[in-house]
Ligand binder design. Sequence first.
Ligand code: UT7
Length: 331
Amino acid sequence: MSKITAAITAVGAYVPEYVLTNEILETMVETNDEWITTRTGIKERRILKDPDKGTSYLGIKAAEDLINKSGVDPSEIDMVIMATATPDLLVASTASYVATKIGATNAFSYDLQAACSSFLYGMSTASAYIASGKYKKVLLIGADKMSSIIDYTDRATCIIFGDGGGAALFEPNEEGLGLQDEYLRSDGVGRDFLRIEGGGSLMPPTAETVANKKHFVYQDGKTVFKFAVSNMADVSERIMQRNNLSHDDVSWLVAHQANKRIIDATARRMQLDDSKVLMNIQRYGNTTSATLPLLLNDFEKRFKKGDNLIFAAFGGGFTWGSIYLKWAYNA
Ligand code: UT7
């Protein structure tokens, strides 16, 4: 019997309607379009304005888009993984709620949190379950309502993040397509540079933590940038080398959308032509767990069966890594 690999067989996505442009941000904090564009590549982001809706809403809409496009019967899904840094609630799994709402009534489900690397790590998890032979349909959703944890008076973070969700279905493949190799890393030295200090077990919420804005994202951008540039480029180069891939062999770079300059640096190290570097940061900003599936959904029609995709991500923790996947279908 040939080896089972895990292929992506369908994708879907959702972004909220409200568009927060650089021009609007200029009226909220001391910033300007020129600074944001040249330092990050971002022009606008989407924000989920409805206060009654959480990350599950983004995940449900993305999964429903996938289900509608692919025709997959949700009752046949074995497992739902929800990659997110902004669960609806603490303790109660967001994945379980999403699975029930989309009709994945026979699935088991759980959340996976690795900051901006959540979806990348989730790809590894989904693939391992498929490759084990035990499960046939694993739905991986990446969604974040970043606006729920951003301080819109802090210009260092509010210009970067946006809300969104995306989904990918993993199924067994016997033609050798799908996930080929992965190189995943983490290093706890990073925990102080990108984090929310309050609300966890180290600093439970109090009136004081709220007053001192301890429940918002803090980022030492310069330090994170430095680690992100070198580490994302290192792992992407390494995964190419150990799979004997030249820059000609790589069809697409699917990189976490945190900063255009970080993506460009990774592409340069891989000696990739710009035309192979997928980019939608200008429209969505950094949607954390949703960046990779939003790219897959936006560029799905350009992918051909057999294309070599290199995924790369870097995020809080620190967490980072690269995955080599062969695309399995023509849209
Ligand atoms: O997704 C998870 C991983 N995250 C990342 O990969 C993000 C990594 N970091 C970055 O992308 C960048 O560090 C930022 C985009 C966050 C910041 O860009 P930077 O080029 O590193 O800027 P900086 O923080 O070094 O600030 C440069 C200057 C400072 O002024 P002075 O001290 O040089 O006078 C800042 O005060 O720019 C100022 N500045 C701003 N100016 C206008 C900072 N934020 C803004 C702003 N608008 N929004």
